[in-house]
Design a protein around this ligand. Structure first.
Ligand code: FE
Ligand code: FE
Ligand code: ZN
Length: 294
């Protein structure tokens, strides 16, 4: 089975896409995910076409198919609440420009956190999200938005199959909408990952399994149904190595890019390092490598 696996990698001003591809290759990954700037900010610099070209060339040489590469929208974009119209309009405008950047980068899928209802009801929030996406689609012709399955922290929307379906039902251009699952978020939202096939059955009957376009593979630091959302390294959390392997090697998910968003080792210390090379190796070997305690 041809596993498509990678991680979140950085996208910096100096090397842009080329640097991201180099980082992915250093982890022996065959896909990756980027933010086109800060994950927490809407500050963006211009895309350098030369670096994009070099990045795609390097992808081709290393069997990385650009179709499997994912962009992630910054967290602060919140389409779920429309009480501050200026803010809502700013997010729409930002997102239209973000889709232009995706086009310039030659990437066609962007993950979006559906958003937090904050002061409005979930029903209104779902309406606001769909309205925003429909506006964005009216001004753009490229890029599929992947709604991420969320943990249900605070007033987050998109924390169940039914909520994601409710949004998708209101989207005009169904060909440009998909879903990004996240094992940590699912566990924290109350999905029993050890029964992943039951979840996929329900997803298939309500939304359609072909709508799953990306899967974030993370262990969880928190208990089942905690609505917390803190990612743990593969095999070091409450989901466990075997349950995560059963997702990655599930026949029904074959061909979907799996993206690690697990924390750096020695986080916040001067010797912090990315775990992705080892995590990818252990997933490929189907053998848990205890690289943290070794
Ligand atoms: Fe996310
Ligand atoms: Fe995620
Ligand atoms: Zn998360």
């Amino acid at each position: 089975m041809n596993l498509i696996i990678g991680s979140h990698v950085s996208f910096n001003n100096k090397k842009q896409l080329l640097g991201s591809v180099e980082e992915a290759i250093s982890y022996n990954a065959n896909t990756f995910m980027i933010y086109t700037g800060g994950a927490q900010s809407t500050m963006r610099s211009d895309i350098n076409d030369e670096l994009t070209y070099e990045g795609h060339k390097l992808m081709l040489e290393n069997n990385i198919n650009a179709k499997n590469v994912i962009v992630h929208a910054p967290y602060i974009v919140n389409l779920a609440n429309r009480s501050d119209k200026t803010k809502y309009d700013f997010y729409i405008d930002f997102f239209i420009k973000e889709l232009d950047r995706c086009k310039m980068l030659g990437l066609d899928k962007i993950v979006l956190h559906p958003g937090s209802a904050t002061t409005c009801s979930k029903e209104e929030a779902i309406e606001n999200i769909a309205h925003g996406i429909n506006l964005i689609y009216k001004s753009t012709t490229n890029t599929m938005i992947l709604l991420e399955f969320m943990s249900g922290k605070g007033t987050e929307v998109g924390t169940s199959i039914d909520e994601l379906k409710a949004i998708i039902d209101k989207i005009d251009d169904k060909d440009r909408i998909g879903v990004c699952l996240d094992s940590c978020h699912m566990n924290d939202a109350g999905v029993d990952i050890s029964k992943i096939d039951d979840f996929l059955d329900e997803f298939d009957s309500k939304i359609g399994i072909d709508k799953i376009k990306c899967f974030h593979i993370n262990d969880s630091m928190n208990q089942f149904n905690s609505h917390k959302d803190r990612h743990a390294n593969i095999g070091y959390g409450t989901i466990g190595f075997n349950n995560l392997l059963n997702i990655v090697y599930n026949k029904r998910l074959e061909g979907i890019p799996f993206i690690l968003e697990t924390p750096y080792i020695n986080r916040n210390q001067s010797d912090a390092y990315a775990p992705y090379k080892m995590e990818i190796e252990s997933i490929r070997k189907k053998e848990f490598i205890d690289f943290i305690n070794k």
